[in-house]
Design a protein around this ligand. Structure first.
Ligand code: MIG
Length: 796
């Protein structure tokens, strides 16, 4: 009884304190410009209580940072510096910053910011009444909302492609049972693209605190707003006039992915958990035996000794090196999981070292924070410190020495049972609320840079669950614990497409659904979609039914095999698409909003899951219970990949969608490089590169890219790159001279022409008549010639 009354008293005190705080939590408005001055490349405007700073990063990127204190100015996401020039004009009422592409008009009283194109069209403006202000430590920006305005982006978020009328919170969270509307999830990407009046702009709110985005959901559709619990109103405004260019600018600012190891693009087999070396090897052997192409096996948490990171269970995995050698001899690579929590156990290396060096998160008085996760009671490394990251990175020798090449970072929201690490816990100089959203990214950075160093000239593969803007520099992501039902499969696809807008190209979902048990139909359908998912991984939770391809009966296994085979045939195209991500930031899976921004139908709930896979392929996801589907084909002409059937776009079509044939289309003029079947990316294959071109009336180009798929030599020019151009007006297909010093593994080229029949008059390769063969099976025409590195001109 005494104890209870004590609690009641404490509660009363807390409540009244809260009331008191609320009464005194005023809305502070930003006020008027009182002074304006330029210091080098930054324009500084002071109001009574705040200060706004502006920098020009490029003609299409202007940064605005409004603060009451402007202490340290650092970013986890941004890797660029502002330009060294800034032009502005000042009148009695207004200050104007101009670039060749963008105008920022700043109203002085009250201080408001509005962005225009260079020719004066409104892109986006502060709400004239409220603009930026504070409520306590919370900083908020209210913006005008235009009648026709749509919003896309925010990365891994549930809900619709068009985020108008929805609101979201960024607070990295372990969300094991999330559904199609849950929020927040594991990752934070505070970047969105606004679209209205045929115009586009992007906005990146670089603030790591818990943040909020409301696209008219809670304002009677009068304003949109975003803000954070604390920190500065610090945003980058992007004014490029295409979604693709905005993505290019955003990834210029926050970085792009390196070339991934080719093996990571093959089929990946995972499960929580394959419990022993025997089981891992058994699954790998069965994949080979059944001739299911595959490249990757995983070890989930049970390979460890009592879940202690950087250890192996001596009973179930007695000789990791022997196991991995065996896997390698079968052309498999191994990925192992690591969690951040370090078990409290004197004598355990990482625990002893971490304690000795003070590498763990603490309470304000220096006492080490303890949270419980899989290993039991744990401490958590402070990944915001470079020393800690280096230490963590170097610890991977325990995994790399026996031969692990892929590193899966889980539970890094960070998750601990109870899911609410107290706010007063400190990571170096940061309190929990400021660091939570970047913790996973910092762990991924440590893992990537550490393993890269250990592996020498070999590319590591890193996969992380939690992330923040910029994570594409270090790691792939997956969408966490999804569930085995159709709506979740479709949600996953939207999240993959949305992550692409925010710079994450190498993205996967658990094919088959992590929680629950898929029906055979769902498994088959989801696997067929997995072919066109940037990272293709089959994974399942502890206690669920087994998901491997042979678990579904012979007939279904045959469909699954055929689909995985298609993935392997497409790898020369997929790998080139990753080169595009590496070069420009454009993702491999692209919401149609990137290329067909102005076609309204693509935002409808019926078609919003569709996407382009690379430049030329359009995929329409279909539930496992439907065998016909309505598909919206954007303007232009399209061919069904499986049948060659031609469709006029700019309209919806009703097409068959049996489990054996997901609706996949190729754009007229599309160029797709393929290879003949291999069982793993380690296999050399038959040396034939198939260049497929689908006839169309509009010229097109494709950059074909190849390198050794595993080293960093490409950064020194050891790659093979050529531009393939299709020019229907001149009846020409040209392969430019090869750039780079890499020798292609394909010594022959097979050119496959789809739908060209009526347009072929002759067939010449570099001026010489060459035989063109009709393929009666699929109606294409093909010809084979030597893969010469000089320019190759084909005339038909
Ligand atoms: O508390 O390592 O999302 O992919 O299989 C669950 C076990 C921990 C969550 C991951 C999931 C993984 C599982 N992990």
């Amino acid at each position: 009884m005494k104890r209870y009354s004590c609690i009641v008293v404490i509660l009363l005190v807390i409540c009244s304190c809260n009331l008191f705080a609320q009464q005194h939590m005023q809305t502070e408005i930003i006020g008027n410009a009182e002074s304006v001055n330029k210091q080098n490349n930054v324009l500084i405007i002071k109001t009574k209580d705040a200060e706004a700073r502006m920098w020009v990063y490029s003609p299409t990127i202007i940064r605005v940072s409004i603060s009451k204190e402007h202490s340290a100015d650092s970013s986890f996401a941004v890797i660029q510096q502002p330009g060294d020039n800034l032009d502005y004009q000042e009148t009695a009422d207004e200050i104007t910053i101009h670039t060749s592409a963008l105008t920022l008009k700043i109203n002085k009283s009250p201080l408001r910011f509005s962005f225009y194109t260079a020719d004066g069209k409104v892109l986006s403006e502060d709400d004239p009444r409220y603009g930026t202000n504070w409520q306590g430590t919370r900083v908020v920006n209210y913006r005008k909302l235009y009648k026709d305005e749509k919003f896309i982006g925010l990365g891994e978020k549930t809900g619709n492609l068009n985020r108008r009328g929805s609101s979201y919170v960024n607070w990295n969270t372990d969300a094991p049972n999330h559904g199609p509307t849950s929020d927040p999830l594991y990752e934070t990407f505070p970047f969105f693209v606004g679209l209205h009046n045929g115009l586009s702009y992007g906005l990146f709110f670089d603030n790591t605190h818990k943040s909020y985005f409301d696209f008219g959901a809670s304002t009677d559709d009068q304003m949109s707003w975003f803000g954070a619990d604390a920190g500065d109103m610090n945003y980058y405004f992007f004014g490029a006039q295409s979604v693709a260019q905005i993505i290019e600018d955003y990834t210029w600012l926050t970085g792009r992915m390196e070339m991934p190891p080719l093996w990571s693009l093959g089929y990946q087999q995972c499960r929580w958990s394959y419990m022993s070396a025997e089981e891992v090897l058994g699954v790998a052997e069965k994949l080979r035996e059944d001739r299911i192409p595959a490249d990757v096996m995983y070890c989930d948490i049970d390979y460890m000794d009592h879940y202690k990171i950087f250890t192996w269970n001596k009973e179930t995995f007695p000789d990791p090196k022997a196991m991995i050698d065996k896997l390698k001899s079968m052309n498999f690579h191994l990925v192992t999981i690591v969690d951040p929590g370090i078990k409290i156990e004197p004598g355990y290396k990482q625990y002893d070292e971490g304690v000795a060096k003070g590498y763990f998160a603490t309470y304000p008085d220096g006492e080490k924070y303890i949270g419980s996760v899989w290993p039991g009671r744990c401490h958590f490394p402070d990944f915001t410190s470079k020393d800690v990251r280096d230490w963590w990175g170097a610890s991977f020798t325990a995994l790399t020495e026996p031969g692990v090449e892929g590193f899966w970072n889980d539970m890094n929201e960070p998750a601990a049972w109870g899911q609410d690490i107290p706010w007063m816990v400190k990571f170096g100089k940061y309190y929990m609320p400021e660091i939570r959203n970047v913790y996973g990214m910092q762990m991924a950075e440590a893992t990537f840079l550490g393993t890269k160093k250990i592996l020498g000239n070999k590319r590591p593969f890193v996969l992380t669950r939690a992330a923040y803007s910029g994570t594409q520099r270090y790691s792939a992501v997956w969408t966490g614990d999804n569930s085995a039902y159709d709506a979740h499969m479709l949600l996953g696809q939207r999240m993959v497409n949305s992550l692409g807008i925010t710079g994450m190209s190498l993205v996967g979902v658990d094919i088959g659904g992590f929680s629950g048990n898929p029906t055979p139909e769902l498994m088959v359908r989801w696997n067929s979609l997995g072919v066109y998912t940037p990272m293709f991984r089959n994974h399942a939770a502890l206690g669920t039914s087994y998901r491997e391809p042979w678990r579904w009966g012979k007939e279904n296994e045959d469909i699954i095999r055929k689909d995985i085979e298609e993935r392997y045939k497409l790898l020369p195209y997929i790998y080139s698409s990753y080169y595009q991500s590496h070069q420009t930031g454009l993702p491999v899976s692209r919401t149609l909003a990137i290329n067909y921004t102005q076609e309204d139908s693509i935002y409808s709930e019926r078609f919003q899951n569709q996407f382009l896979f690379g430049d030329a392929i359009l995929v329409a996801p279909v539930e496992s219970t439907k065998f016909y589907e309505d598909v919206y084909l954007p303007k232009g002409e399209w061919y069904r990949l499986s049948s060659g059937e031609k469709y006029e776009g700019g309209r919806e079509v009703h097409v068959p969608a049996p489990l054996t044939d997901l609706p996949v289309f190729v754009k007229a003029g599309g160029i797709i490089t393929m290879q003949n079947l291999i069982q793993s990316t380690n296999e050399k294959g038959d040396g034939v590169l198939k260049i497929n071109v689908w006839y169309g009336s509009i010229p097109n180009t494709f950059v074909y890219y190849e390198d050794d798929g595993s080293s960093y030599d490409y950064q020194q020019g050891t790659y093979y790159k050529r531009k393939i151009s299709f020019d229907p007006a001149n009846n020409e297909i040209t392969l430019s001279a090869v750039e780079g010093s890499f020798i292609s593994k394909y010594n022959k080229i097979e050119l496959v022409l789809h739908g060209f029949k009526d347009h072929i008059k002759t067939f010449e390769v570099n001026g010489e008549h060459v035989k063109l063969w009709p393929n009666t099976e699929n109606g294409t025409d093909y010809s084979t010639f030597v893969n010469d590195s000089k320019e190759i001109k084909i005339y038909y």
